[in-house]
Design a protein around this ligand. Structure first.
Ligand code: PEP
Ligand code: MG
Length: 580
């Protein structure tokens, strides 16, 4: 049966493919205590479910001849796990010892195994935790009487079809682990438009729809899906007519991309001759290929905390140095802005270790980013030394996230001085004049921007957090996603004030939040005086195309007028005019 789900389209584009369910089975499982006489029966029920899933996988395997290689590999790994006593014998022991239901026993063992996989150094092995979760989900579905038969039937038709990840939720750590897989799209039940999961989907340039609420419960493994990331729509089991329509739209999108690629080497200059710098945001060193392909003139934001996720330990100085060196060398003399760790909030360094801590109800307001780095001086020194060491290979700038107080800036500058002095003592070369900038992502920082301008070499406005903190809405909560508004008059005032203040004293200022990569906002930002934009590689050419058709001398007076408006409807109307 065909049906349509609506959510938040957070990464544009269209994907057609097969659903691949992925998420923690814990969400559906209740904990029951059995009478002693029920235990043997429960174990037999568990054994029967394992057997049924083994058969199901064997049937799928037979049908995967024409399926994507990735699907066949998944099936093999899942079948292998089902032969392992960790997943077959251990849950039986748990059922017997704790007199609990099979679903619960299985989930307990799954969590134990997931934790063990997370401890591996090898990223490939760490990623296998997703396979454990998936295979457990298959067995749980069988136990609950909803077997994933759709896959077995559907897989026959999967020739050349892509896989679409369907999850209840994906943490940034989960999402980054998928970077090496060529998934066609992501869809999840929860998550806001500027959550880091959404950002990662955009950075991988694959369509994503979040906040579907109950997509994972309604969609079955292997069902055919159309994901329309622009409209925030997911069509399950589309009929042939709809499928054809979407295939045509996919072709159109490809055509537009080909046209845009022709702009790659033309300078980003407005009609009235103003040069604009277009930089890329990256999460991992491997992303520089996309940045260069997309025509970026440098890296405006390297979110280094992603080097830390999905591992049990911290990367040491040498490992970090190698990563930073790879980026700066790969960019061949173009500037690279490395942001120190923005860990905490939704990018928890070690969720297992902190699980038992006092419950943090507002992690985004807690010890995040520079607050965490200053509280962990050893960790911070290792990162600063690694970045400084890499600075001898090319132009690197240091960017500090989430600053609010003058004393935080002073402490950070002192920490940088300490790292420099230790390197000098060891006669290790680095760029003595490395520039240090601060992110403006807290309203207090934007309002009291003088504190920053007097102490730092450049500013970068993180609109994702600036909007979150100004409007008091959790950027990763789909329930308030509709309130997330870059055009809110308060947000525009903070942006305009920061840009104008920096301009007045000749300090370079960029925007590196999602706002910078939205072509609908390009003219507004140009009119405010912004000259440096940093965004996902996939957005660079779209923004460039808008810049090439803009005349700042014409639009600046209109933007000035627009900034005097504080009625949202009028602001939207003015923006439309600006873009027409
Ligand atoms: C921002 O907050 O706008 C930003 C660029 O940083 P992040 O999205 O990583 O928080
Ligand atoms: Mg931020």
């Amino acid at each position: 049966m065909s049906f349509t789900l609506h959510g938040l389209g957070v990464s544009a584009g269209i994907a057609i493919g097969r659903a691949m369910l992925m998420s923690h089975a814990t969400l559906e499982v209740s904990h029951l205590t059995l009478a002693p006489r029920q235990v043997d029966k429960e174990i037999a029920r568990f054994d029967a479910a394992i057997l049924a899933v083994k058969k199901e996988l064997a049937a799928m395997k037979e049908n995967t001849e024409h399926a994507p290689a990735e699907l066949a590999a998944f099936i093999d790994v899942h079948a292998m796990f089902l032969e392992d006593s960790e997943l077959t014998d251990k849950p039986r022991e748990i059922i017997r010892e704790r007199r609990c239901n099979a679903e619960w026993a299985l989930v307990q063992q799954m969590e134990h195994l997931v934790h063990q996989f997370e401890q591996f150094d090898d990223p490939y092995l760490r990623e296998r935790k997703f396979d454990v979760v998936q295979v457990v989900e298959r067995v749980i579905k069988e136990l609950l009487g909803h077997p994933a038969r759709a896959t077995a039937k559907a897989s026959k038709q999967t020739r050349e079809e892509a896989l679409i990840v369907v999850a209840h939720d994906l943490s940034p750590a989960d999402t980054i682990a998928f970077k090496d897989h060529r998934f066609a799209a992501f869809i999840t039940d929860v998550g806001g438009a500027t959550s880091h999961t959404a950002i990662l989907a955009r950075s991988m340039a694959i369509p994503a729809v979040l906040g579907l609420e109950n997509g994972r419960a309604l969609i079955r493994d292997g069902e055919q899906l159309i994901v329309d990331g622009m409209r925030g729509v997911v069509i399950v089991n589309p009929d042939p007519r709809v499928l054809e329509e979407y295939r045509l739209r996919m072709e159109q999108i490809e055509l537009e991309k080909t046209k845009l690629r022709q702009l790659k080497d033309s300078p980003a200059q407005t009609l009235d001759g103003v040069d604009i710098a277009l930089h890329a945001n990256i999460e991992l060193p491997g992303d520089i290929r996309d940045a260069l392909d997309g025509g970026a003139e440098g890296i405006g934001l390297f979110r280094t905390e992603f080097l830390f996720l999905n591992r049990g330990d911290m990367p040491d100085e040498q490992e970090q140095y190698e990563a930073y060196k790879k980026v700066v060398k790969g960019m061949g003399g173009r500037p690279v802005t490395i942001r120190t760790f923005d860990l905490g909030a939704d990018k928890d360094l070690n969720p297992e270790a902190t699980a038992g801590d006092r419950v943090k109800t507002n992690p985004a307001l807690g010890r995040r980013a520079i607050r965490l780095s200053l509280a962990e001086p050893k960790m911070f020194q290792i990162q600063l030394r690694a970045i400084l060491r890499a600075s001898r290979h090319g132009p690197i700038k240091l960017l500090i996230p989430m600053l609010a107080h003058a004393h935080e800036i002073d402490q950070t500058l002192a920490a940088i001085e300490q790292a420099k002095s230790s390197l000098r003592g060891e006669k290790i070369a680095f760029d003595e004049n490395i520039q240090v900038g601060g992110m403006i992502e807290i309203p207090a920082a934007a309002l009291a921007v003088g504190i920053f301008l007097r102490r730092l070499d450049f500013l970068s406005i993180g609109t994702n957090d600036l909007i979150q903190y100004t409007l008091a809405i959790d950027r990763s909560d789909e329930q308030v996603a509709a309130l997330y508004d870059p055009l809110h008059p308060a947000v525009l005032m903070l942006l305009a004030h920061t840009i104008a203040s920096a301009e007045k004293v000749g300090i370079p200022v960029s925007v590196c939040g999602e706002t910078a990569g939205d072509p609908k906002l390009t003219r507004l930002l140009l009119g405010m005086g912004l000259r440096i934009f940093s965004m996902h590689p996939s957005q660079v050419l779209k923004v460039k195309s808008r810049i090439l058709k803009s005349d700042i001398s014409e639009l600046a007076p209109n933007v000035r007028k627009m900034l005097r408006l504080d009625e949202p409807a009028k602001l939207r109307e003015a923006l439309e005019k600006l873009n027409s």
